[in-house]
Design a protein around this ligand. Structure first.
Ligand SMILES: [Zn+2]
Length: 464
């Protein structure tokens, strides 16, 4: 993976974005994509929707790619007289992994280092050694006098694991919060790739560059491509509900992490065979539109990348859960990256899986055309009945999208929230202002922010 892409991934992972406080990650999404996006909007849930207009947007289905920005964490519930913090879990936190951890406590004014203390083994009774201390019996030690703690910390402040991103082994990386900020990274990279294809196709006037242009043209989006960087997935896919409703795409893909089963102790007979480095995982089951599944597999085959198939017999615990049943139903696929040790501070992924996921999705989006129909059982558009049916469906949803789009744009323009393209400068200024506001909170992560700044943010990077 190229260094500038690694820098973006690191910046996203290390931007604190516990559920309900995703602003730091949202700010990266907005500022990074502002140079290439046609429209950027942020809703009252904090989810960010970034649109890249298609070259044939009236006829070809609009695709929404959703990935959630929030990460699991803790929340301060009580401050003891001597200044220790009691906490509750935000999302699925395993109490067994907490003792001995360093944590970041995000207060209004700054981020504080905290540690989850654990009695020394010498002082623990033999019986107690065998049990996991429940979360409500743990405390976070800030190393500060009680009056200082009470001045700085408020009930409801959120806490993240105090660890960041690191490459290790053979093409592997470890970090907190790969779930699902690696998905946000994938979404951003797909948009960069498609934008580059779009730029390439505009310049395709023949001559020496024609062959190259036709190649990149193959990665441009004919229909609109919208990224939904969603919030609050970890407490019930809540940002996806509102994003899917407001974006109202013709088809959607949710991107998340899934359990790799390639390390000792995981039963393959129960959980399947999912391998880090084996390529992106395409889910199959009732939560997944079967046509979208087939098209994703076809895209992987055409692109010549490795891929894996995962059985999802029920409702998935991803944004696909909400998207599929929004409005009158939105055809939705689910792609995941294999991940070891989910919801721990040491989540592990293989970087080539992320790059291949970018290629897979870019291919799926650019291969979509006006004949796409996602109604199960009505795949071909050859008969009159089906053709009429499909056209009506497409026309209706297109009209809905256009109306909603116009209204949202008008409102967002009023709010000064929108817009690369026509109002690019305003959007960057807004993002900059927010970046300043976040300064204190992100102090700990300055090295990552600097690395990102140094990265050449041309937004239209080379192929991964
Ligand atoms: Zn999760």
């Amino acid at each position: 993976m190229k260094q500038k892409h690694v820098a973006l991934l690191k910046a996203l992972l290390e931007a604190p974005s516990p559920t309900g406080c995703e602003m730091a990650a949202a700010n990266i999404v907005r500022s990074h994509l502002a140079p290439i996006a046609d429209e950027i909007a942020t809703d009252s849930m904090g989810s960010v929707q970034v649109r890249l207009n298609g070259s044939d947007r009236e006829a070809v289905p609009a695709v929404m790619l959703a990935a959630h920005m929030d990460e699991i964490g803790l929340m301060v519930t009580y401050i003891s007289d001597d200044g220790f913090l009691s906490v509750s879990a935000v999302g699925g936190v395993d109490a067994a992994i907490l003792p001995g951890m360093r944590m970041d406590v995000h207060t209004q004014s700054k981020t504080l280092r905290g540690v989850v203390g654990r009695k020394p083994i010498h002082l623990i009774d033999a019986d107690e050694r065998k049990t996991v201390t429940p979360l409500d019996k743990m405390v976070i030690d800030l190393g500060l006098p009680a009056d200082e703690v009470k001045k700085l910390v408020r009930i409801g402040d959120e806490i993240t694991f105090g660890v960041g991103f690191e490459e290790f082994g053979a093409d592997m990386a470890v970090s907190r919060a790969f779930d699902d900020k690696c998905g946000v990274w994938v979404a951003m990279r797909v948009m960069e790739k498609l934008a580059k294809g779009k730029r390439g196709s505009k310049g395709a006037a023949g001559g020496a560059g024609a062959a190259k242009s036709s190649r990149v043209q193959g990665r441009a989006n004919k229909g609109d491509f919208i990224i939904a960087a969603t919030t609050q997935e970890e407490i019930g896919t809540r940002g996806a509900m509102t994003s899917a409703y407001s974006v109202c795409p013709d088809v959607a893909i949710a991107f998340d992490v899934t359990h790799a089963t390639d390390y000792p102790g995981i039963e393959k007979t129960k959980y399947g065979n999912i391998v880090c480095g084996g390529g992106p995982v395409i889910a199959r089951g009732p939560n997944i539109n079967p046509v979208v599944f087939d098209l994703l597999v076809a895209a992987a085959e055409r692109e010549g990348i490795p891929y894996q198939i995962e059985a999802e017999p029920g409702v998935t615990g991803t944004d696909a859960r909400a998207i599929q049943v929004t409005r009158g139903g939105i055809p939705c696929g689910l792609i995941s990256v294999p991940l070891r040790y989910m919801h721990t501070p040491t989540e592990v992924v293989c970087l080539s899986d992320l790059n291949n996921a970018v290629r897979l999705i870019a291919r799926f989006v650019s291969d979509l055309d006006e004949n796409a129909c996602f109604v199960p059982g009505i795949v071909s558009t050859s008969s009159d009945f089906q053709e009429k049916d499909v056209i009506n469906m497409t026309e209706t949803s297109k009209q809905q999208v256009q109306e909603k789009h116009d209204k949202a744009y008008e409102q967002a323009t009023k709010d000064g929230m929108v817009a690369a393209g026509e109002r690019g400068l305003d959007a960057s200024a807004g993002a900059e202002k927010e970046a300043l506001a976040m300064d204190d909170v992100t102090t700990v992560y300055e090295p990552a922010a600097e690395a990102l700044e140094k990265t050449e943010i041309d937004g239209i990077g080379k192929e991964v």
